[in-house]
Design a protein around this ligand. Structure first.
Ligand SMILES: [Zn+2]
Ligand SMILES: [Zn+2]
Ligand SMILES: [Zn+2]
Length: 273
């Protein structure tokens, strides 16, 4: 089953919407992997993670058909990961979706606060239902896919999560908006063997820690996972969720991370699970 990385930017995109800085000017000029949309992922045709303000553009660019979506996993309620207004277009009058084709949306309490009423309508009018996640409790998504939310250290009081996705004995960790994981999460990861790790690098060359990571911490995450024995021998580690404030364009990031056996994500990157 293919997982497509649909976006690799921090909240403001890269080039950032309103930014005249040199890193944004170069991204505009060079294009290609330097153009980074807001973070989201699609697994097969039925499963999606996060639904931010670039969802329409990602559907068009990567040839997706959201009418096939059955499960939408939300990591946290920040606006680059959840844009409730776009779910409004599942209502009658905007779509020919059958009434009984219901999307299940998974998230924490802050996500539910944003979804309980969308544009004055209850979520059910959008042919959707909500399931409150419990960190570390697995969710069966059918066709052999299991998702398990693990706690991040990202959004203050809100219980932000990352998702472990498992299928046929392989495990992928989606890790954007992580910060340095709390002890419970390291414990949970230490009991796994990860085949693919997607890890954020929001701050680039600047130091991270709480809420977000930078380049140095990305390498420390790899070292810690190795120390815990949590990486498969041929595991792929891939970094994502870059802010233009970090300033390093795609090629420079690739060169920096290569000796550490860490790949740099780009929009449209495909991984097998
Ligand atoms: Zn984010
Ligand atoms: Zn900029
Ligand atoms: Zn966030």
């Amino acid at each position: 089953m293919t997982l497509t990385v649909l976006g690799t930017a921090a909240a403001e995109g890269w080039p950032a919407l309103w930014c005249p800085c040199e890193a944004c000017a170069q991204a505009r000029r060079l294009g290609g992997p330097n153009i980074r949309r807001r973070c989201a992922y699609q697994l097969g045709e039925r499963i999606h993670i996060d639904f931010g303000p670039d969802s329409f553009a990602q559907m068009v660019e990567f040839g997706l058909d959201y009418s096939l979506m059955e499960h939408l996993l939300i990591t946290h309620s920040h606006a680059d990961h959840l844009c409730p207004q776009e779910l409004n277009y599942r209502r009658a009058g905007f779509t020919d979706l059958p009434e009984d084709q219901v999307l299940t949306i998974y998230g924490n309490d802050a996500v539910w606060e944003q979804l309980r009423e969308i544009d004055g309508h209850p979520l059910a009018d959008c042919r959707a239902r909500f399931e409150r996640i419990t960190p570390f409790e697995s969710i069966d998504l059918g066709e052999g896919v299991v998702a398990t939310p693990v706690l991040a250290d990202h959004a203050g009081d809100e219980e932000a999560v990352n998702y472990l996705l498992e299928r046929e004995g392989r495990t992928l960790l989606q890790g954007n908006d992580t910060g340095w994981w709390p002890e419970e999460t390291w414990d949970a990861l230490g009991r796994r063997v990860l085949d693919v790790v997607i890890i954020e690098c929001t701050y680039g060359p600047r130091a991270g820690g709480r809420h977000h990571l930078g380049m140095r911490e990305v390498i420390e995450v790899r070292e810690e996972l190795e120390r815990l024995g949590a990486l498969a021998p041929d595991a792929r580690m891939i970094t994502t969720h870059f802010s233009h404030n970090g300033g390093w364009l795609h090629e420079r990031l690739v060169e920096h991370f290569a000796p550490h056996r860490i790949e740099v994500a780009y929009d449209g990157m495909q991984l097998e699970l």
